[in-house]
Each structure stands twice: as C-alpha cells, then as structure tokens.
Design a protein around this ligand. Structure first.
Ligand code: GTP
Ligand code: MG
Length: 202
C-alpha cells in the first residue's frame, strides 16, 4: 500500500468549519500528551504534518488531514486529530469550548467510520475507564491503541497490554494495537484496523 498524499486541511473550532465533501473519517482520541499527533505523523510517514509538543494540550482544535492511499478508502479519507482531554492546566474557558465540540463530533458526525482510542501502554490512568465506557456508549467502532511501547521492554509490554485488556474488560476478539511513533511498531496493524473500518461500513 502506498500513501499518495497527505494534506492538512484546517483546524476547526466549530462544526460549521468541518469539511463538507462527505469523505469518510477516522478519528484519533485520547488524553493529552498520549501521542495522538505523533502517531498520526508516524502512520502517515510524515515528519510533522500534525503538530507534536512536549506540553500537554497542544492540539486545541479538531484538525482534518485529507489522505489518499492505494489502500483503504481509495477515494480518500480524513484523518481527524482531536484535542486531548484530561489535562487540568488547559483553562476551563478553553475546555468549555472544545469538550462539547468533541462530544458532538463523536456522537453525531455521520462521516465518522471509526475511532482509534489511544492510551499509554504503561497503563490505564485517571478517568480512562470512564472515557472508554462513554466512547463505547456512542456505538462507534472503537480500536484500542497502546502508545509509546518503546518505553517498555517486550516482556513489560506484554504484561502491560494484558493488564490494559483486563481493566477495560475487552472481549477476546478485540485486540489492542501496540504502537511506537519512535520505532513505528504497529503501523501495519493500524492500517489493517483502518481497512476493517472501511469494510465494516459497506
Ligand atoms: P495533545 O495534542 O496535547 O493532546 O498531545 P498528543 O496526544 O497529540 O501528543 P503528542 O503527539 O504531541 O506527543 C506528546 C509527547 O510524547 C511528545 O513529547 C512526543 O515526542 C512524545 N511521544 C509521542 N509518541 C511517542 C512514542 O511512541 N514514543 C515515545 N518515546 N515518545 C512519544
Ligand atoms: Mg496533539
């Protein structure tokens, strides 16, 4: 599979700004700093199409990237980078604006084909479980991705992934994709998951 083009379209602060060309969309969700933007760059083979930062709360709008490949969604699709949640230092006034936007995007957007939910491979924390329950309640297809596995040894990540599966209560059939934006571990599996989202919707 080849990636033919990746194009940043725009940052949206309001649903009025969402693209209107009805291309399918795949969204990346997770707490602040979990590695959403890095993973988007990694799986799209781009260095810095999505902005990465050490400071949590970097992505504060819904960012749309139009992607064309020879693989899934041959007519093109949008990769959607959502702002991270759960970062206390983001001013309340800013959160008050974006949280309803994320929520309405995830519950209402008809172009949305699936959600990649990222959590740190080192374990479930804070309100992750709550978020996962809420995501499941939207009825969307959810794929769980454990990020930053390069920070763990193989033995550790197997153990950690098992714990993650158990705490989320995932059924046997539902996998967790281990991912590292440093080594690009998990890239193929992620593309397979996107392919499944395409198939699941026909
Ligand atoms: P927000 O936009 O704030 O929600 O954050 P984000 O989830 O988009 O995270 P981002 O990709 O900006 O990465 C946050 C920090 O984690 C950066 O310092 C990245 O370099 C680092 N990081 C991201 N992915 C990985 C990874 O796979 N391995 C390692 N070691 N570091 C990573
Ligand atoms: Mg980001």
């Amino acid at each position: 599979m080849k990636i033919l083009s990746v194009e940043f379209i725009r940052s949206c602060y309001d649903s009025e700004q969402f693209p209107r060309d009805r291309l399918p969309e795949v969204a990346f969700v997770g707490r602040s700093n979990v590695g959403k933007s890095s993973l988007i760059n990694s799986f799209l083979h781009r260095k810095q199409v999505a902005k990465v930062s050490r400071t949590p709360g970097k992505t504060q709008a819904i960012n749309f990237f139009r992607v064309k490949t020879t693989g899934p969604f041959p007519g093109g699709f949008y990769v959607v980078d959502l702002p991270g949640y759960g970062y206390a230092k983001v001013p309340k006034s800013v959160r008050a604006q974006w949280e309803p936007l994320i929520e309405s995007y995830l519950t209402k957007r008809s172009e949305l084909r699936g959600v990649l939910w990222l959590l740190d491979a080192r374990g479930v924390m804070g309100n992750d479980l709550h978020t996962f329950e809420w995501l499941n309640s939207t009825g969307r297809r959810i794929v769980v991705v454990a990020t930053k596995v390069d920070k763990l040894s193989r033995g550790e990540w197997n153990r950690s992934l098992r714990t993650v599966r158990e705490s989320l209560g995932l059924p046997q059939a539902q996998g967790v994709i281990p991912y590292s934006s440093v080594t690009h571990e998990g890239r193929e599996a992620l593309w397979r998951a996107i392919r499944e989202m395409e198939r699941g919707h026909r």
